[in-house]
Ligand binder design. Structure first.
Ligand code: IPT
Length: 997
């Protein structure tokens, strides 16, 4: 654990200067200790008014484009890196985030709530406010989200009441949750001036158009207002064109429509869809903007699926380009992308699934193929979103546009054009794409620009050039736009941003490399045009005042145009040249920085610009700042910056220090599953003898053996059924229920009877195993892969969270002997023994109940367990065995080295494994299913500067008593590095018990 004081430049000056040699360049260092990215607080403090009309949201009367990214704090259980991910979202120009709050993550048992440690949502919302992101708060009570129970706490499944309805037996619990979470959200509202929450979503995707559904929504709204929620209400309706909750009871202020055009099946990532039409909502939404609360930013994957790289490709940068720009072309001014950072469904958070649902199940990773990958990595999807987001920030007129219908269509009929115009400024917005969005053809066209500046019937005008639209590509073009120091008539290049750096107006334009570009600016008198880099042809027409620039996009072209109102610096790039361009938010000042992997913040202090960020390699940092600035501080170091011939400042920055991860060896091993044996002492276990249940699903036999009814909710659960044998018993019929991919293993008096997937199965007793006239024990280990969601709010769907887990049926065959049962899940059940890691961290394996997963557990008596290891050669039966090792990390200071744990083994072996890192369950592994074999582990869970412990609990699914046919064992386990960056954020190791078991 370490924290580093931030030394503002003034403080740096008081330190001794010293010189270090970095990558062949001399850098003056004024700091005694460097600093990692220090939060630049952009905190919003004064109370604000939030209003809206049919065009956009308005904050204190000023229109904003809400360009928002979805992130779930419960999928990032290391508060230090909340800031990292939020910095990254902010740095891409997003104006907001949308956040689900997971009821089940905060409530282990009826009446108990926890908002401390990794569950500290005040802290999360504080960071969002500090970073400068608006928040759409989505507290449910139901959230879906591919999380256990869809966000319903598992204990709720054992309570009476009709979920997601007006049933008072349900509402009393829903209100209890809202009472807690609303109080937190209310403290962070823009309307109070104490935070950045800008909107509040009521419930989640709710198709129930009946009186009950509408009243339920109305009840939740009344509750939220009573709890002090004063920001506008939103709702995420699934069906574009639905009138639900737009008027009448339950109506929200800002109705929105979810859409995932590419769907959720990543098996064919080349498959494309058509662009949905949100404009059908225009007639419905009279007084609120077009809004998509969830627009596909990636996709889910399932156990045994093709993996998240496919999800990424299914929703790649081209998809973003075409679909997101089309939404702007349709006039949306509020869009949230689901997900922007997916994260990790660590522990037992993943939703186990329902074979009939549109998403059957998810596994530990919730990477989602999103713009920021699970190890917090930036991608070309991120770069694409940044180009769009910067444009939206730079061009205020886009927040208020009407469609223009009287438009000459593009000359190429394969191209579709959305045309919009700001009614006040008459700025025109054109979005051009293939009418058939799936087309892979490269096309070219001319189009017509008609604004108060004039009528340009065929653009581009330059003979021999055309507007090129590649297959699966789109362009958002502008006309009649006032820059700070010049007027844009039109451009066939896309605008990324405009930054007034004080003396010049930096205007960044781009297009794919090799494409023609034409930009027309208007000046009353001929400007001077100086081409500083690249090739540009310019013509000035004194009659119109038009200065026309023609060029071919390649690298970074630089042109200075000096007119009567000042100098315009045009930076004309291709995609590569814009990917690493940054416009940190300085509120009243504007600067650009280019080169680094990430720029988190910038600050002007006198003649110094302080920049923070991350580097993935030695980097030339170029800073576009006022001419008065002549010194550059990078992450607390004064660097040697030179004035370039373009008037900018450039400095060579040293890349990250090379990092070698330790190899994992010296593994120890211990087999357990003692519970399978007849003589195991289960007298302290819970007696399972209920004859009734609140669960609507009728048990197959009595007593009720649903684990949730006995206070065991997550992970693996043991059952032991005792019976006195007559000798006629031939077997037992069991229905083990652990969700679609759940399994259960069964033993009689320690003799293994088999492992089956969820569902009913009869296990035959080997005659020799039965003890006639004596006590016998059937032992069952059930893997509960999580509770189902309650996706459909109709009666038959709203209670699917109650789908039973554990045993539903247990019936001896051959003789009706009575079975008496005991059950044991996680240690303590609903009485949480490890509040820091919490109730999703552990199930009921012997090792978990005895702390074998914890860092300082003494495994001195265990045997050697070099990997790969095969239980067949150890003559071990089916059951559970544990591997443990430790390793030291000593990662460079001020660095971010995302690390994961990788398991490599042939998939023929049937085993499952739980991966614990420093006691935290960071992965559920299914060797036979995959696809996840690499498990990112965030810093804070990992100690970057100290000892770390890995414990892996393996459940060998098959094998005889002497180990023949044993499927247990463990393949090679290694640490993998997803990158190496200098910079990062300060990391605090998450406090959690070491050995308090
Ligand atoms: C939408 C849910 O609102 C969201 O919680 C999540 O489950 C998402 O789906 C899929 O990742 S529901 C919509 C797609 C019908």
């Amino acid at each position: 654990m370490f924290t580093r004081p931030y030394l503002p430049f003034s403080a740096l000056q008081t330190y001794f200067a010293r010189l270090v040699l970095t990558a062949g360049f001399t850098v003056a260092v004024l700091a005694a200790s460097p600093c990692q990215a220090e939060p630049v607080s952009r905190a919003v403090r004064a109370p604000h008014t939030i209003t809206y009309d049919r065009y956009s949201l308005k904050l204190d009367g000023k229109r904003i484009f809400l360009y928002s990214g979805e992130i779930h704090p419960f999928r990032l259980p290391s508060p230090s890196v909340w800031r990292d991910v939020l910095d990254k979202i902010k740095a891409a120009g997003f104006t907001g985030i949308s956040v689900y709050f997971d009821w089940g993550y905060h409530s282990p048992s009826p009446g108990k709530y926890d908002f401390t440690g990794i569950r500290n949502m005040d802290q999360f919302l504080d960071v969002a406010n500090d970073v400068g992101l608006y928040v759409i708060a989505r507290p449910g009570p139901y959230i879906n989200a591919e999380v256990d129970g869809g966000g319903f706490p598992a204990w709720l499944a054992a309570q009476p009441g009709n979920l997601r309805s007006t049933d008072p037996l349900y509402l009393r619990w829903a209100y209890e949750w809202l009472g807690h979470i609303d109080a937190i959200i209310a403290r962070h509202q823009l309307t109070n001036g104490t935070g950045s929450v800008i909107a509040y979503q009521v419930e989640n995707e709710f198709y129930d158009p009946t009186a009950v559904g509408m009243q339920y929504m109305q009840d939740l709204k009344i509750k939220a207002r009573a709890d002090g929620i004063t920001v506008p209400f939103t709702f995420n309706e699934a069906n574009i064109g639905s009138t639900l909750f737009i008027t009448g009871p339950g109506a929200v202020n800002l109705p929105g429509f979810d859409n995932y055009p590419q769907g959720f099946d990543p098996s064919n990532p080349e498959k494309w869809s058509q662009v949905p039409d949100f404009t059908v909502n225009r007639t419905l939404l009279k007084n609120s903007p077009l809004f998509s609360p969830e627009f596909g930013g990636g996709a889910t994957d399932v156990w045994g699926g093709p993996g998240y790289q496919n999800c990424y490709e299914l929703t790649n940068a081209n998809y973003e380009n075409v679909f997101y720009k089309s939404l702007i072309g349709q006039g949306l001014t509020m869009i949230n992308f689901y997900m922007t950072y997916g994260g990790t469904s660590w522990g037992w958070l993943p939703y186990a699934g329902n074979a009939s649902s549109f998403i059957t199940a998810v596994y530990t990773s919730y990477d989602y193929g999103a713009a920021i990958r699970e190890p917090r990595l930036l991608t070309d999807k991120y770069a694409e979103q940044k180009r769009i987001a910067y444009l939206l920030k730079a061009v205020a007129p886009i927040t208020e546009t009407d469609p223009v219908t009287t438009v000459t269509p593009p000359t190429n009929s394969a191209i579709l054009q959305y045309t919009r115009e700001n009614p006040k400024t008459k700025t025109a917005v054109y979005v051009l794409r293939h009418a058939d969005a799936t087309s892979t053809r490269d096309d070219s066209t001319h189009f017509s620009v008609e604004t108060p500046d004039g009528h340009y019937a065929s653009v581009p005008q330059q003979a021999g050039s055309a507007l090129e639209i590649r297959g699966r590509d789109a362009k958002l073009l502008l006309a009649n736009l006032n820059f700070k120091r010049a007027h844009l008539v039109y451009s066939t290049s896309e605008l990324m941003t405009e930054a007034d750096t004080g003396d010049v107006d930096q205007v960044v334009l781009y297009a794919p490399a090799g494409q023609h570009g034409e930009t027309v600016l208007r000046f009353a008198t001929a400007p001077t045009v100086e081409v500083l880099a690249g090739k540009v042809a310019s013509t000035y027409d004194a009659a119109t005042g038009d200065l026309r620039l023609n060029y071919v996009h390649e690298g970074l072209i630089r042109v200075q145009v000096a007119g009567p109102s000042g100098t315009l610096s045009l930076l004309i790039g291709d995609y590569a040249a814009t990917a690493r361009l940054w416009q940190p938010d300085l509120e009243d000042r504007q600067v650009l920085a280019s080169g680094p992997y990430l720029v988190r913040s910038a600050k002007l202090v006198g003649d110094v610009i302080e920049v923070t960020g991350d580097l993935d390699a030695p980097t030339t940092l170029e800073v576009f700042a006022p001419q008065s600035v002549d010194r550059v501080v990078w992450n607390g170091y004064l660097v040697n910056a030179q004035r370039t011939r373009y008037g900018t400042l450039a400095a060579q920055l040293q890349g990250p220090v090379p990092v070698q991860l330790p190899s994992l060896n010296a593994w120890k091993f211990q087999f357990e599953s003692y519970e399978r044996n007849a003589n195991f002492d289960d007298s302290a276990w819970t007696v399972a003898n209920h004859l009734t249940t609140n669960n609507f699903n009728v048990p197959g036999t009595l007593p009720v053996l649903y684990e949730d009814d006995y206070g065991f909710h997550h992970g693996d659960v043991w059952y032991r059924g005792h019976f006195a044998a007559t000798g006629n018993e031939t077997g037992i019929t069991l229905d083990g229920e652990g969700g679609v991919y759940g399994i259960y293993s069964v033993w009689l008096n320690g003799i293994f009877l088999g492992t089956q997937p969820s569902g009913e199965h009869t296990f035959d007793f080997p005659p020799a195993a039965l003890r006639k006239g004596q006590g016998n024990v059937v032992a069952v280990l059930v893997m509960n892969m999580g509770h189902n969601e309650s996706f459909s709010p109709f009666d038959n769907g709203r209670n699917t969270t109650r789908d039973p887990r554990g045993l539903r049926t247990a019936l001896l065959q051959g003789d009706a002997s009575a079975l008496t049962w005991r059950i044991q899940g996680n240690l303590g059940g609903e009485r949480v023994v490890d509040p820091a890691r919490g109730w999703f961290n552990n199930g009921g394996l012997y090792g978990e109940r005895n702390g074998w997963h914890l860092p300082l557990f003494d495994d001195g008596a265990w045997v050697r367990g070099d990997l790969p290891d095969r239980w067949a050669s150890r003559r071990l039966p089916a059951g559970v065995g544990w591997y443990r090792t430790t390793f030291n990390l000593n990662l460079p200071e001020n660095s971010d080295v995302p690390i994961g744990i990788d398991i490599d083994d042939p998939t023929a072996l049937l085993y499952r494994a739980l991966i614990f890192v420093n006691g935290w369950q960071m992965g559920i592994y299914a060797n036979e299913l995959g696809p996840q074999r690499t498990f990112p582990v965030q810093p804070g869970i990992l100690n970057p500067h100290g000892l770390n412990t890995i414990a892996i609990a393996v459940w060998g699914e098959e094998g005889s008593a002497n180990g023949i046919g044993s499927s247990g064992g463990l393949g090679k386990v290694q640490l993998v590095r997803f990158g190496n960056f200098s910079g990062g954020v300060p990391i605090d190791v998450v406090p959690a018990p070491q050995v308090s078991w």
